[in-house]
Ligand binder design. Structure first.
Ligand SMILES: [Zn+2]
Length: 129
């Protein structure tokens, strides 16, 4: 398994009128790779990583439930079309939100999300009984 360590600035979710309110517990949020997200995980923010800038949260204006699906490079929607010209691999996290098209992410892109009904970290030691 590959591990990479770098600083990430996780800010408080904005609460102005542009951002839909959420009752999600921010203490439950975790940084996950897009390829690790599962159906029902609540996506709060992308983690933007500039070449020479500190990685930081970029909050969605409305948190949404992930519904991961394989990326189809031949999909004619505008967003998938743009992704088709970028290096991958990709995963589609939703269809219809945050825009009326697919939402492809690189599988290694980072998201701030609240896992849905699964432990964040388990080991064989925890489950072997
Ligand atoms: Zn598409």
């Amino acid at each position: 398994m590959h591990a990479e360590f770098f600083p990430v600035l996780v800010t408080v979710r904005p609460d102005d009128a542009e951002y839909a309110p959420t009752d999600a517990d921010p203490a439950a949020a975790r940084i996950l790779r897009a390829g690790e997200l599962r159906a029902g995980d609540l996506v709060l923010a992308a983690i933007s990583r500039g070449r020479d800038t500190l990685a930081r949260t970029a909050y969605e204006t409305e948190a949404y439930r992930a519904d991961p699906a394989p990326y189809d490079r031949s999909c004619p929607c505008d967003v998938c079309y743009l992704a088709a010209h970028e290096p991958g691999p990709w995963v589609v996290l939703s269809a219809g939100y945050p825009w009326p098209a697919h939402d492809p992410w690189r599988v290694d892109d980072l998201a701030l999300a609240i896992p849905h009904r699964r432990p964040f970290c388990t080991s064989q030691k925890d489950t072997a009984k």
